[in-house]
Design a protein around this ligand. Sequence first.
Ligand SMILES: C[S@@+](CC[C@H](N)C(=O)[O-])C[C@H]1O[C@@H](n2cnc3c(N)ncnc32)[C@H](O)[C@@H]1O
Length: 201
Amino acid sequence: MSESSDSAAPPFWNQRYASGETPWTFQGIPATLRSFVRRTRTRGTVLIPGCGTDHEVLHFFRTAGFEVTAIDFSTVAIGQIKKALGNFDGKIIRGDFFKFDLQNRFDLIYERTFLCALHPRRWPNYAKRVARLLRPRGRLVGIFFYGTEPDPPPYPLSEARAAEIFSKYFRLIRDVKVSDSVAMFAGTERWQEWQLAALLR
Ligand SMILES: C[S@@+](CC[C@H](N)C(=O)[O-])C[C@H]1O[C@@H](n2cnc3c(N)ncnc32)[C@H](O)[C@@H]1O
């Protein structure tokens, strides 16, 4: 089988999940996510785009009281995450985040290693899509990659680029360093909370 090099298409990801070549996989729940859920009283709906096989995060949000929707376009990842979760009380969708009709808006969107999997030319669309999928005052929260990478993906963000793509819709309300990254992201990740700026809608 030839190696797929187009990370914008499912075969690239299917090959990695099928061969277990997934160095981004976090075993467990990031401390920053745990802390966020602990200090946030409101629950509601959460969307996890590009969820991959991160079943522990889906289970964590559900157990904490959120209604969970997760989406990924890799058939292999969706097969693996469904198998790991068994009879899960939430929606797990195989589909393209940019095209699938999700029908609802969400209180929260959780990001981890999805944005950096996308080519930077798609980032403005990501920001717009996320903004449109959030309810008023909703938040995009999660872990963002601010490192360097000679052979992307992952594609690193910079402060200037983040401001460029997000500031049209969001205001940054929390920004802290992540200390429990997996090896490939060590020292390069930040937990950020971007609040939808209601007046811009
Ligand atoms: C680096 S993995 C991250 C997986 C997961 N967020 C995690 O933390 O383990 C990136 C994921 O994004 C998915 N993906 C990439 N582009 C996508 C798109 N347009 N729609 C849905 N999923 C997509 C891939 O299939 C892959 O599972």
